[in-house]
Design a protein around this ligand. Structure first.
Ligand SMILES: [Zn+2]
Length: 164
């Protein structure tokens, strides 16, 4: 008789409650959640405005100060998402893009939603505006971008709103 190894497997679910801190970036998420503000940081030496915020300028290595930035910006590069985790699967297809907000020096990776998602809507140079969840949790999914011409339609939906 040959002895073939047979592994016994049990299917189960592990559920873990945990928390983590946003550390020095906490102000970004608190202002997003409480006041629908998008914050960056401005270098006290070169004046470069970092979004996402950096506590120190990555060019000069000196402290940077919190500044509020605009909710409008331009797509630098984008892609359409067809495969994702369970957290975002209800949204597919959607786009992600590096968006350079007006007046800032760097680009922010964020979701782009569109009611008519075609590549021409999300190509480099296209203008986008931030739309906020009405129920915000202090996470990056508290807001997303939409093409400029779709803004009014998105903020008329019950779960979303525009910034001030
Ligand atoms: Zn600098």
């Amino acid at each position: 008789m040959t002895d073939i190894f047979q592994a016994h497997e049990i299917r189960d679910i592990i559920k873990i409650n945990y928390k983590y801190t946003m550390g020095g970036q906490s102000k970004f998420f608190l202002e997003l959640m409480n006041n629908k503000k998008i914050l960056g940081t401005k270098c006290t030496n070169c004046g470069k405005i970092w979004v996402p915020p950096r506590i120190s300028c990555s060019d000069c290595y000196v402290p940077a100060e919190w500044v509020e930035v605009k909710h409008t910006g331009t797509i630098e590069v984008s892609t359409i998402v067809w495969f994702t985790t369970s957290a975002f699967i209800k949204n597919i297809p959607y786009a992600t893009a590096y968006v350079k907000l007006d007046g800032t020096s760097t680009a922010l990776l964020q979701g782009i939603f569109s009611e008519n998602l075609v590549p021409s809507k999300i190509k480099k140079g296209k203008r986008v505006i931030a739309v906020f969840q009405k129920e915000r949790k202090g996470t990056m999914t508290d807001f997303f971008f939409v093409p400029e011409d779709e803004f009014e339609r998105w903020i008329s939906k019950p779960e979303y709103e525009g910034g001030e």
